[in-house]
Design a protein around this ligand. Structure first.
Ligand code: ZN
Ligand code: ZN
Length: 414
């Protein structure tokens, strides 16, 4: 029995608005055994960390990332074998855990293989939730083919570029694809329901897929207890996705108040990914993004903060995502600061813990309570009053525990 106790913690449990000082938490065999303001007895074999009032909170969850997006310019990923891609993704994945993200939802590219390799301990990294390739229509956000590629005969066996996106059209082929991904063990399915920033031929405001096609995907996921995430920016594409049964809307930068109410009414989630636009707007052109892509990027970047306000006002459940490609990965924690410009720190922290746990359908994550999985971090200072603390891990992030194991700490046990 491996037992670890944290004593004298200021506890933010991921759910309640207040952090409570003077709390003790006992971890046994990967699970939180007890949470109390009284001394806990775990026997002689307990390793104790006196946190001296530091903040103990759930491990962070990023609900929108791409572990295999090793280059910012998507076209650069096309000619890389999956083995090389995996090797190059390993440090990228490890750094996510180094930043305190104990779980990450991958919404295009991440497959059951990389998820399982991490779970089995071959690669240090966050627990992954994966959906395989994102699904795109012809000419959609996932269609990166050259002008000279005129094939229409692209079924679910063909991929547009490597394995991050796949062109699958029509209700029948879509159903087959979803059944196959879920057979392999996918945690969710991702559809590209509107134009996007990084793709060469589709305008942001374009609605992609018919409602019937997305509904077919949602039906197939639902019968297996899974759900669908949709990439969408404008209100029309968001409403179209919600009508078809989508559960999480990714990005949503250009949503209006009326559609935010529709999302709230459906009990669906929005997963904002604001940092991706902010840092890519700063660095994208020098790293080789085309003028057309930069133009689309600036268009959605300008409206991100307005979206947060509209969504909060409508009562939409907001997840926490980052969507950083390639060289932009360093900015993953900067999302906290951007969100903090509009939201209360505690609401941003709940998004990155308990709300994201709901999104990945795991009520044992994103929370510190007896019976939960022991994914926790220790932070110096009070992120509930100063959210920027989250963006300075080298000074403030003192311990990372995943599944009850201390992955990293510079604190010493008693
Ligand atoms: Zn997207
Ligand atoms: Zn994305």
């Amino acid at each position: 029995m491996a037992a670890i106790a944290f004593t004298n913690a200021t506890l933010f449990d991921g759910v309640n608005d207040e952090a409570v000082p003077g709390m003790n938490v006992l971890v046994v065999d990967g699970k939180i055994e007890a949470v109390s303001d009284k001394p806990l007895s775990g026997g002689d074999s307990v390793t104790e960390y006196d946190l001296g009032g530091r903040t103990l909170m759930p491990g962070l969850i990023d609900a929108h990332a791409h572990v295999f997006a090793i280059n910012l310019v998507e076209e650069h990923n096309r000619n890389i074998a999956i083995t090389e891609m995996t090797a190059r993704a390993v440090p990228r994945i490890r750094k996510m855990l180094d930043r305190g993200f104990t779980s990450v939802r991958d919404v295009a590219g991440g497959d059951v293989g990389i998820r399982n390799a991490i779970a089995q301990g071959f690669i240090p990294g966050p627990r992954l939730f994966v959906g395989g390739p994102a699904l795109s229509q012809i000419g959609g956000h996932g269609d990166h083919r050259n002008l000279t590629d005129d094939s229409l005969d692209i079924d679910f066996n063909a991929s547009a570029f490597n394995f991050e996106c796949r062109i699958v059209e029509g209700e029948g082929p879509l159903r087959s694809h979803v059944r196959n991904e879920l057979r392999k063990g996918a945690d969710h399915i991702k559809v590209l329901a509107s134009g996007g920033v990084g793709s060469p031929t589709d305008a942001i405001d374009q609605i992609q897929y018919s409602e019937a096609e997305i509904r077919a995907v949602c039906e197939e996921a639902a019968v297996r207890g899974k759900y669908v995430a949709a990439h969408a920016y404008e209100s029309a594409a968001i409403a179209h996705s919600i009508r078809a049964g989508v559960r999480t809307i990714e990005h949503a930068n250009l949503i209006n108040a009326e559609t935010a109410a529709v999302v709230a009414e459906a009990d669906a989630y929005i997963v904002p990914t604001l940092v991706a636009y902010e840092v890519t707007a700063q660095h994208g052109a020098e790293l080789g993004l085309s003028e057309y892509v930069m133009e689309k990027l600036n268009y959605v970047n300008d409206s991100g903060l307005k979206m947060l306000g509209l969504a909060e006002k409508a009562g939409v459940k907001l997840g926490f995502g980052t969507d950083l490609m390639g060289q932009m990965e360093f900015a993953q924690l900067q999302e906290f600061v951007i969100r903090g410009r509009v939201q209360r720190p505690v609401d941003v922290l709940k998004s990155a813990t308990s709300v994201n746990a709901e999104i990945v359908q795991r009520d044992d994550l994103g929370v510190i309570r007896a019976g939960a999985t022991a994914d926790m971090i220790v932070v110096d200072g009070d992120p509930l009053t100063d959210i920027s603390i989250m963006n300075a891990p080298e000074q403030h992030l003192r311990l990372i525990m995943k599944d009850g194991d201390i992955y990293k700490t510079d604190l010493t046990a008693k």
